[in-house]
Design a protein around this ligand. Structure first.
Ligand code: ZN
Length: 403
C-alpha cells in the first residue's frame, strides 16, 4: 500500500559524483549463484550448463529490472568461459574479461527496439554462419525481442529451426505475448519472477554493509517495497537515499524522498469519510490539492487503503508490516475492526466507479469532491446481507454511516 501513497512530488537527489559507480552496476552479478530471487531459474540453468544439456535458444521473460539482461550475460559467460562451460565462470580468462568489458567478438548484443527490420535479422543470420572468432560459441543476445517485425521473425525462424552447432540465441523480453508461437516453441523459456520485498530487503542490507552505510531497517523496508519487485529500481532508490542522507539513511528521509510524507493525512481523510463528516473530508481534499497531489492519485490511494483494510481484516498479522509507522498500524487495526467487509466492499465499488469519472472529468478535483460527497451520503445504504438479516433499517438511522 505504501508504494502508492505518492502525494507529493519526490525530491530529486543530486547527480552522483564523477567516477562513482552506481550500485546497480557495481553489484551486477557475474555468476549464477549471485542472482537473487530466481531460485528455480538458477537451479535449472546450473544443471543445464553442468550437464551440457542446454538448448540452442532461450527466451527470458519478466518485468523490467528482474535481471533478464544480466542473466543473459551470465549464460554467455558460462558457455564461453575457457574453463567451462561452467555455471561459475572464472571471470579472469580472456573470454570472461572480454564479455565483462563488452568487447567480445563472439557475444553479440542487439537491442531489437532499435533494429527491428528484416535486413537487421538477415545480417545476423549471415554472420551466424561463420564460426566464433576465439570462443566456444557465437552467442546472440537479442533484447526486447518482441519488437522485431513480422518478416524479421520469419527470417529468424529458419535459423532457429536448423541452427549451426556453434550458435546460441538468448532472447529477452518484457512482453512475451507479442513473441510469435512459432518462435516460442523453439526456445527454452525462463520466467523471471518479481522479487519478493523481503528478499530485496535482505539483499539491500548486505549491500549497505559492504558500502559501510548505516541504514535503518524501516528505511530499507520502504525502499524494498517501493522497488515493486525490481532489483534495479530498488538499487537506484538506495543510491538516491545514500546520496540524500548525510551520515545514515533514516526512515523519515526515505519517506520524504519517496513522497510518502502525507500518509497521515490520507488516514485522516479515510477516517472522516467513514464518520460521514463531509466538511472535514473536503477540507483534507483541498489540503491535498494545495500540496500538489493529483486527484486521480488520491483516489488510487483511497482504493489501496480500502484494499489493505480488507486484507487486514482477514489477516490481522499484516499490521506487523515494517513499512508502516506504529501509529498507522494501530489506526489500521482500529479501522479494520470497526468496518465490516460489506461496508468496505461497497466503499471499494464507489471509489472504483469514481476513479473512471475523475479520469474523464474536465476538472478532476471537482469530480473528486463530488465523489467524496456521494460517499458520505450513499454510505448508509445497507447491504443485501444486512437487509436479509434485518440489520439494514437500523443502520440507516445511524449518524456515522460506516462505523
Ligand atoms: Zn572464464
Amino acid at each position: 500500500m505504501e508504494a502508492a501513497l505518492k502525494l507529493v512530488e519526490p525530491l530529486k537527489a543530486p547527480p552522483p559524483l564523477e567516477g562513482y559507480r552506481v550500485l546497480a552496476r557495481k553489484y551486477r552479478p557475474s555468476q549464477l549463484n549471485q542472482v537473487i530471487g530466481q531460485d528455480f531459474l538458477v537451479e535449472t540453468l546450473r544443471r543445464g550448463i553442468e550437464g551440457g544439456r542446454l538448448g540452442h535458444a532461450f527466451i527470458l521473460t519478466g518485468i523490467r529490472g528482474t535481471g533478464k539482461t544480466t542473466t543473459a550475460r551470465i549464460i554467455a559467460r558460462s558457455l564461453n568461459c575457457e574453463k567451462g562451460p561452467t555455471p561459475e565462470p572464472c571471470g579472469v580468462c580472456s573470454s570472461c574479461t572480454a564479455i565483462a568489458q563488452d568487447r567480445s567478438m563472439d557475444v553479440i548484443e542487439i537491442d531489437a527496439a532499435s533494429r527491428t527490420s528484416v535486413d537487421d535479422v538477415r545480417e545476423i543470420i549471415e554472420a551466424s554462419r561463420y564460426k566464433a572468432v576465439s570462443s566456444r560459441y557465437k552467442i546472440y543476445i537479442i533484447d526486447e525481442v518482441h519488437m522485431l517485425s513480422k518478416s524479421a521473425f520469419n527470417a529468424l525462424l529458419k535459423t532457429l529451426e536448423e541452427p549451426p552447432p556453434h550458435v546460441k540465441f538468448i532472447f529477452a523480453t518484457t512482453e512475451i505475448q507479442k513473441v510469435p508461437a512459432t518462435i516460442l516453441s523453439r526456445c527454452v523459456r525462463f520466467d523471471l519472477k518479481r522479487i519478493e520485498s523481503s528478499t530485496l530487503s535482505h539483499y539491500f542490507k548486505t549491500i549497505c554493509a559492504q558500502e559501510n552505510v548505516t541504514c535503518e531497517d524501516e528505511a530499507i523496508a520502504l525502499i524494498a517495497k517501493a522497488a515493486e519487485g525490481s532489483v534495479r529500481d530498488g538499487l537506484s532508490l538506495l543510491d538516491q537515499a545514500i546520496t540524500y542522507g548525510t551520515s545514515a539513511v533514516t526512515a523519515p528521509q526515505v519517506r520524504q524522498m519517496l513522497g510518502l510524507s502525507d500518509q497521515g493525512a490520507l488516514f485522516d481523510l479515510f477516517q472522516t469519510l467513514m464518520e460521514g463528516d463531509i466538511l472535514k473530508s473536503l477540507e483534507t481534499l483541498r489540503y491535498f490539492y494545495q500540496e500538489g497531489a493529483d486527484p486521480v492519485r488520491v483516489l488510487e490511494d483511497l482504493l489501496d487503503l480500502t484494499h489493505w483494510l480488507q486484507c487486514l481484516k482477514i489477516n490481522p498479522s499484516l499490521a506487523q508490516d515494517m513499512t508502516l509507522t506504529a501509529e498507522k498500524r494501530h489506526k489500521g487495526i482500529e479501522l479494520a475492526t470497526s468496518l465490516s467487509i460489506p461496508a468496505l466492499t461497497r466503499l471499494w465499488q464507489i471509489l472504483l466507479k469514481g476513479f473512471e469519472e475523475v479520469k474523464r472529468a474536465p476538472a478532476p478535483q471537482k469530480a473528486l469532491e463530488v465523489i467524496v460527497i456521494r460517499l458520505t451520503h450513499l454510505a448508509p445504504l445497507p447491504s443485501l446481507h444486512e437487509l436479509l438479516n434485518g440489520e439494514g433499517i437500523d443502520s440507516l438511522e445511524k449518524k456515522k454511516p460506516y462505523l
